[in-house]
Design a protein around this ligand. Structure first.
Ligand code: NI
Ligand code: MN
Length: 292
């Protein structure tokens, strides 16, 4: 449990704020652990709400921290269980990410939330440089890259799969999806990573949706979540605050903002909106890692 001691490198939150958030995260975790398990009724004696955390998810201790590196827009590298997971590779089309060399990226997995250009722009470059990398996406995305001879693992919404770094659930996202060449791409999706190093929700491009409430009902307590906050194409940061409540997560990493004119945001106003609700919004520096 020592990972919840508020270890944050490279974000702009104060240490005391981090501590308060770490404590509330611990409380959430302890609440979930204390009220699920083998109890007969599964109701919390403190707040009378029902705990849905499944028995088999209880009591799992964290071994280390997940390391998350931001490559701009919605592109992140997550390091966990000794593996490198790249999400939504889009670098060369993003002037804000000009310091990141797509050809230098090394990864074991490429996760695709959906197939718009700003999420897969550099996927084939990265895949060519990492021939053993496994591309994970919804069935149609997997089929598209399989047909190009790449290694893929298909999923669909609601399903879990156990990879060599941990378990992954594909979850709902409310958005659209098609490949830039017009090929169908199924539907957009998000992912919950449940590893020995922590639990992380990567929402992908999505509107605020009530389906987010299903995540804490079906997954272990989140350590952090990556949510879009830029509006116009996705939810804005006000809706993302509500999303953070739906998923019962105090620590949010923002994405899908500032890259183009449609999605420029006021950083201070966005952080204040979260702080006003007792939550933390982390706006990461491109190329800089944090531990969650
Ligand atoms: Ni999109
Ligand atoms: Mn997008």
């Amino acid at each position: 449990m020592n990972k919840i001691a508020g270890k944050i490198a490279g974000n702009e939150g104060s240490l005391s704020a981090s501590h308060a958030i770490a404590n509330s995260r611990q409380n959430t975790r302890q609440h979930l652990l204390a009220t699920c398990g083998k109890k007969e009724d599964n109701f919390c004696p403190q707040c009378s709400t029902r705990c849905f955390t499944p028995d088999y998810l209880c009591g799992v201790q964290h071994l280390a921290d997940m390391k998350v590196t931001y490559y701009g827009h919605s592109c992140f590298l997550v390091e966990t269980g000794g593996k490198r997971l790249l999400f939504d590779p889009f670098l060369t089309g993003n002037p804000l990410a000009s310091s990141i060399d797509a050809n230098a990226i090394r990864c074991d997995y490429i996760f695709v939330t959906h197939s718009h250009q700003d999420h897969i722009g550099d996927l084939e470059t990265v895949a060519a440089n990492n021939p053993n990398a496994l591309i994970v996406g919804i069935w149609e995305v997997s089929a598209y890259y399989s047909a190009k001879g790449l290694r893929t693992h298909p999923m669909n919404k609601g399903g879990w799969w156990t990879f060599d770094f941990g378990r992954v659930k594909m979850v709902q996202a409310v958005h659209s999806s098609v490949f830039p060449d017009g090929m169908p791409a199924g539907e957009p999706a998000g992912y919950v990573l449940d590893t020995a190093d922590g639990v992380l929700y990567v929402a992908g491009d999505t509107a605020l949706t009530l389906d987010m409430q299903l995540i804490p009902m079906t997954c272990r307590a989140l350590d952090a979540a990556i949510l879009p906050i830029g509006s116009n194409f996705t939810m804005d940061y006000h809706d993302a605050c509500i999303a953070a409540e739906f998923i019962r997560c105090e620590r949010i990493i923002g994405c899908h903002y500032d890259t183009f004119g449609f999605i420029k945001i006021d950083h201070d106003a966005a952080k204040k909106a979260f702080a006003d609700k007792g939550k933390e919004l982390i706006l990461m520096q491109i190329g800089q890692p944090i531990e969650i």
